[in-house]
Design a protein around this ligand. Structure first.
Ligand SMILES: [Zn+2]
Length: 412
């Protein structure tokens, strides 16, 4: 194995203690005091590894290892150190610490690279405290402005910008890492595919697309005890019928997914037929055409159901994130590294979003997935076998060395 799994584990355990929950998970919300402690630890490790730490104006932290060609664009490995509330110790943090281990291993082996190598920790990937997710890789890619990000408030009314200043991680605009040669992200799969295939590691080919809509049915509020069933215009029953029919429609588009995660009824009283019912709609698919068709069919279903239930409906799509294909040459590079190290892999797509999604707008990008137990993530029993993490990190080392132009290697 190229990398030092024990050293990496010690670092990972130290990070896992920062924001640890009694049930063995982590709560490290973006720009909290705990996030600051995690950042401080990471910055300290970067400096110990001889990396030049550069923080940009929204708190993204980059640890630079110089290359021989000062003009060459860097190869970057990144992910995030923030977590959801009562989350796990692998999502995000594994990718950041794997990048750090790659830098340490390059030093161990006396490897110089033509290009600089950068380990990156993005601010607020999770979008739990400050929405949306992947906000700060998104800013690098031009999806959001710094001004807009600074003004985002958490549920307590605290501004992102004020909290960033408070924890002391407002860096400089000139440190924005928006020009790079290649981006790699190692991450747990957060799904069941690798485990089902009995594989430790997967090569990620793309991130699936996503569309969201707000669906609002309007009926008529009336008395629960006096209004005959046939005389009702019940906005909730329209929503319920819509949900079930939309779910069976989506089953015609495998591996498409549909989620209605939120329903709000108005007036929302046990004795009143609801006049308004608004639900969220989240649909995902790796194929953008299929995604568009699914959305159109969902709208047709909403209209049909509204008609049947004597309601009206407002179907309002508001978010489209097309599928993000990764760079074929980097996918091949990862697959070749796996082959050299005799690691069996498969190719799969990512069901979840990652900072890699936005970085792919800036440079060729690819990801390595690590098997996750029972597909569990964003929870305290999120778990990956350490051997699997080390195998994936070793592959990451290999692809970084190749992509950054490794020049000399002292036999270990
Ligand atoms: Zn993540």
């Amino acid at each position: 194995m190229a990398v030092d799994g024990e050293r990496m584990r010690a670092t990972w355990e130290a990070m896992a203690a920062i924001g640890a929950t009694p049930a063995g998970g982590i709560t490290r919300l973006a720009l909290s005091d705990v996030d600051k402690l995690g950042r401080d630890a990471f910055v300290g490790w970067c400096r110990e590894a001889g990396l030049d730490v550069r923080v940009d104006d929204i708190g993204n932290i980059a640890g630079w290892r110089a290359g021989d060609d000062p003009k060459a664009l860097p190869v970057v490995c990144g992910s995030h150190l923030d977590s959801v509330a009562r989350g796990g110790n692998y999502d995000g943090v594994l990718g950041v610490l794997a990048g750090l281990e790659v830098a340490r291993t390059l030093d161990d082996r006396g490897v110089r690279t033509r290009r600089p190598f950068v380990v990156m920790s993005f601010t607020n990937e999770e979008g739990v405290r400050f929405q949306p997710p992947m906000m700060c890789s998104g800013m690098l890619a031009g999806a959001f402005t710094r001004e807009a990000i600074d003004d985002v408030q958490d549920s307590a009314g605290q501004r992102f910008g004020d909290e960033l200043d408070r924890i002391g991680y407002r860096g400089e605009r000139r440190n924005r890492l928006d020009r790079l040669h290649a981006y790699f992200e190692l991450h747990i799969e957060q799904g069941p595919v690798l485990e089902a295939n009995d594989l430790a590691v997967g090569v990620v080919t793309m991130i699936q697309g996503l569309r969201r809509a707000r669906v609002r049915f309007t009926g008529s509020n009336n008395h629960a005890g006096t209004t005959p069933m046939d005389a009702r215009r019940d906005a909730f029953m329209a929503t319920a019928a819509f949900a079930l029919e939309a779910r069976s429609m989506v089953r015609d588009f495998p591996p498409g997914m549909l989620t209605i995660g939120r329903v709000v009824l108005d007036p929302g009283l046990p004795t009143v037929i609801p006049e308004f019912a608004e639900c969220s709609l989240d649909i995902r698919h790796p194929n953008d055409g299929a995604l568009a068709t699914m959305l159109a069919r969902a709208e047709t279903i909403a209209n049909d159901v509204a008609c049947r239930e004597k309601c009206s409906v407002d179907f309002a799509p508001f978010w489209h994130s097309p599928p993000t294909p990764f760079a074929p040459e980097l996918i091949e590079c990862i697959a070749a590294a796996a082959q050299r190290q005799a690691v069996p892999t498969m190719r799969l797509y990512s069901g979840a979003g990652h900072d890699a999604k936005y970085m792919a707008d800036l440079a060729p990008t690819a990801m390595i997935f690590v098997r996750t137990r029972a597909g569990r993530s964003h929870c305290e029993d999120e778990y990956a076998r350490w051997e699997d993490c080390v195998v994936a990190t070793s592959m990451l080392y290999d692809v970084v060395a190749e992509t950054a132009g490794a020049r000399a290697e002292v036999p270990a």
